[in-house]
Design a binder for this molecule. Structure first.
Ligand SMILES: Nc1nc2c(ncn2[C@@H]2O[C@H](COP(=O)(O)OP(=O)(O)OP(=O)(O)O)[C@@H](O)[C@H]2O)c(=O)[nH]1
Ligand SMILES: [Mg+2]
Length: 322
């Protein structure tokens, strides 16, 4: 049984158990998340994505360290979710991540969870959403979500975040193949990491050009447009990380001022509501319809006797007899 009260009180063992339940999508995990939901919505969610090896984990480590040891104000409680959908190739990297995070080990104000992909990528996106909610309810002020930016699932996961950092590095980006339009679109802040390496200026210039192109086509009359900043960092020694954190605060202030935060949260929750509604309706339909009807429809589709749309019309609007 998941001890919801202990999770709310910040008990790490209870939280850790809950995270496993969520990852395995158990009934218990779902029930606990439902009980915790009223206590969510407080954490700041920061997505960190980008091509493999650009330094995302090192950067997350640095950001977490800065938030734990601020120059002024109270240290923040920080949670990290590292999502690794390409685990067959980088199975070792997850462990590597943990080691790289070691400057934070032993710090009770930090909780790190690595997730490898199992089952569908879509499932991974929803499991990540659940894990983020659990951290939120457990009182973590900031949740950093690291994904390797490549496919749809990563973009879905990035959509969870209030502020998304897209991390680039010199060398990879000279012809900017690493940046697809989709990934640029989700960037609230572009980070050029490994700024100690040659070619930083080229990468920065190329990104600037791409941003200008994107902005000139997306120009709205709205004065309240967020101009995506480009921040150079060296994640191995922390250069530029203080400035990056400032940019993150600027973005969050911008979202609050313009109502964008509410809008993002609403869009995200609508996506979750749609997904669960679909799931619920399909289950209900199967319960109520005649045995074998679903398979029968599927057979007709396979034989090309009926189109998927026609099948759904029949299944929803009649023909199932109940
Ligand atoms: N020179 C230099 N090396 C860096 C910098 N940041 C990270 N690295 C190195 O780059 C390598 C990859 O760093 P990670 O932080 O694991 O990169 P990642 O993007 O998380 O990698 P994946 O999760 O495997 O995609 C490591 O050897 C880091 O030490 C930097 O600013 N400068
Ligand atoms: Mg990593």
């Amino acid at each position: 049984m998941v001890d919801v009260q202990s999770v709310l009180e910040g008990n790490r063992l209870a939280l850790s158990r809950l995270l496993s339940q969520i990852e395995n999508d158990t009934l218990e995990g779902r029930q606990a998340l439902a009980a915790l939901f009223p206590h969510t919505g407080r954490a700041k969610l920061i997505g960190v994505t980008g091509a493999p090896g650009t330094g995302k984990s090192s950067l997350v480590n640095q950001i977490a360290y800065h938030l734990r040891n601020p120059e002024e104000g109270e240290p923040k409680k920080v949670a990290v979710v590292a999502v690794d959908p390409s685990s067959p190739f980088t199975g070792g990297a997850v462990l590597g991540d943990r080691i790289r995070m070691s400057s934070l080990s032993g710090d009770k104000g930090v909780f790190i969870r690595s997730m490898a992909s199992r089952g569908s990528l879509g499932g991974l996106a929803w499991a990540t959403a659940g894990i983020v909610q659990a951290f939120d309810a457990a009182g973590y002020d900031v949740v950093l979500i690291e994904t390797v930016g490549a496919g749809q699932a990563e973009v879905e996961i990035a959509r969870l975040a209030h502020t998304t950092l897209v991390v680039e590095a010199p060398g990879l980006g000279d012809d900017i193949q690493a940046i697809k339009a989709g990934i640029l679109e989700i960037a609230d802040i572009l980070v050029v990491n490994k700024a100690d390496r040659p070619g930083v200026e080229n990468t920065e210039r190329a990104l600037k050009t791409m941003l200008q192109l994107a902005n000139s086509t997306n120009r709205s009359d709205d004065q309240l447009v967020w101009e995506t900043p480009i921040q150079c960092t060296v994640a191995t020694d922390g250069q530029g990380v203080g400035e990056l954190i400032e940019q993150i605060s600027n973005h969050q202030a911008f979202l609050e001022k313009t109502g964008g935060l509410t809008e993002r949260v609403r869009t995200r929750l609508a996506a979750e509501l749609d997904l669960r509604l679909r799931e619920g309706l399909i289950t209900k339909w199967k319960e109520r319809s005649a045995d074998g009807l679903y398979e029968e429809m599927l057979d007709q589709l396979v034989d090309r006797k009926i189109s998927p749309q026609e099948a759904v019309d029949q299944m929803v609007n009649g023909g199932n007899g109940k």
